[in-house]
Design a protein around this ligand. Structure first.
Ligand SMILES: CC(=O)Nc1cnc2ccccc2c1
Length: 450
């Protein structure tokens, strides 16, 4: 049977005694810790933000995809010491399966690409907007969920893919009114570190771990970082050489150290020259210390940080991404070149607040329709249906309310005009139309209403 809204079909005002639950326990009406409700005014801002995500994705020719918020835990079990792993929102379901609320979207995308296999024609340009979860033991008061916009290009080995992704994010910022003076990307490549570590014989499988430790460079004291590096087997002089390279902020300086022949230099040179052609050079800068905190990146990495006035002025990521050419093979699939980014829904709003760039988003409706007495409710419903059939938005007054109430509601919902269904007019096939901005009132024949 269709849901009756939960009171067993009785009219909501008159719950018969048998229907009242025995113990009327008072439930907590707040959402679970670290999660948010989206009442209308917050939902309007979220829709505004997501519509900008979608519009950029559309203009860049990306196709939308989605995945379950619940995944097998195995999809996210990586042994590189990532924060995202420590905070996995995982549990055992009733079928004794280890599952997790996804902390990010990229592994799900990789899973779907492998699942679809050869039936997919490359390159793939996919985007998704999905809720991601984390569970932090300490009640650090941090959120446990946020929405991420992801854009990924699968099947393109050249850095033209990374250049395209950066261009799409710049396009997004321009749409919402931010400029290169407000924000900027730091760009590097993990191949820089790889070339340094190769000379010190660091095995491939340690590379992810080393990057995760280096990513904490701004968050933990230097000697703490050196200790962690030593634990994973990086020698003292390898650490010194790495730290020296990581402090490089110019490509010319980097070339002096690495030489010109390696992939790191050629990738970065090509990317910065493409940025020139795209016209977003002043949105990016090279910074060798950028490695990102996800183990699977293998090449170009980029991030945009924000150090707002509130939240203790902590450095937080607006967005970040990079190349991850080996992710598919970690799930047993054939490797495909891949790159992508994630863009959260929370930090960007704080930045917009600070820059006074939050849009004014009001509820709006074109018509409010009301019957002037109860036996004209049917007539009012017909008028509403006619207007809706013409694609107009209508708030139909559903109860017998005094005009004072109707005008109050009309103001609250920013109605453009009030349609009054009165008996004498209705007899003559007319309705009253009051323009709520000019105040002008007139009678209109029903079939001339538009
Ligand atoms: C500022 C913010 O909401 N950060 C946030 C919130 N929830 C998450 C959930 C999963 C992964 C990263 C997350 C990051």
């Amino acid at each position: 049977s269709t849901g009756d809204g939960g009171n067993g079909g009785g009219r909501s005002g008159a719950l018969s005694p048998t229907l009242v639950t025995e113990e009327l326990q008072k439930i907590d009406v707040n959402p679970p810790k670290g999660t948010r409700d989206f009442p209308p005014e917050d939902m309007r801002l979220r829709n505004w933000l997501f519509n900008n995500f979608r519009e950029v994705s559309r203009v860049y020719g990306f196709e939308e995809v989605d995945f379950p918020v619940l995944e097998s835990e195995a999809l996210f079990i990586r042994k590189a010491g990532e924060e995202i792993r420590d905070q996995l929102y995982c549990f055992e379901d009733r079928g004794n399966r280890r599952v997790a609320l996804r902390p990010e979207l990229t592994p799900s995308l990789a899973r779907l690409v492998i699942q679809k296999g050869k039936s997919l024609s490359l390159p793939l340009k996919w985007f998704a907007i999905g809720q991601c979860w984390r569970y932090e033991r300490m009640t650090r008061g941090r959120r446990r969920e946020h929405y991420q916009w992801n854009m990924d290009i699968i099947g393109v080995p050249e850095v033209t893919a990374e250049a395209e992704l950066l261009s799409s994010i710049v396009a997004f910022f321009k749409r919402i009114g931010l400029t290169a003076a407000d924000v900027g990307f730091k760009v590097s490549s993990r191949k820089v570190l790889q070339e340094v570590l190769k000379c010190y014989g660091i095995p491939e499988n340690m590379f992810g771990k080393v990057c995760i430790i280096i990513d904490k460079i701004e968050k933990i004291p230097l000697d703490e970082m050196k200790k962690e590096l030593k634990v994973v087997g990086v020698s003292e002089d390898a650490i010194e050489e790495m730290l020296q390279v990581l402090s490089v902020k110019s490509l010319t300086k980097l070339e002096e150290i690495l030489g010109g022949g390696g992939e790191a230099m050629s990738d970065l040179k090509q990317l910065f020259s493409l940025a020139e052609k795209f016209g977003y050079s002043d949105w990016i800068q090279f910074d060798a210390s950028i490695v990102r905190g996800l183990a699977y990146y293998t090449g170009i990495v980029f991030e945009m940080l924000f150090q707002g006035f509130d939240r203790g002025g902590k450095l937080r990521a607006i967005c970040g991404g990079g190349r991850y050419d080996r992710l598919l093979s970690t799930f047993g699939g054939d490797d495909l070149p891949a790159c992508g980014f994630g863009f959260g829904d929370a930090v960007i709003v704080e930045l917009l607040k600070e820059k006074k760039l939050l849009p004014e988003l009001n509820v709006e409706v074109e018509n409010i329709v009301c019957a002037l007495d109860p036996d004209l409710q049917g007539a009012a419903s017909r008028v509403a249906t006619i207007l809706r059939g013409k694609g107009q938005t209508v708030d139909l007054v559903l109860e017998n309310k005094p005009l004072k109430w109707v005008f109050k509601r009309a103001t609250r919902i920013n109605a453009q005009r009030l349609i009054l269904v009165g008996s004498s007019e209705w007899q003559r096939g007319m309705v009253g139309v009051k323009d709520l901005s000019s105040g002008e009132q007139r009678e209109v024949k029903l079939d001339e209403l538009n």
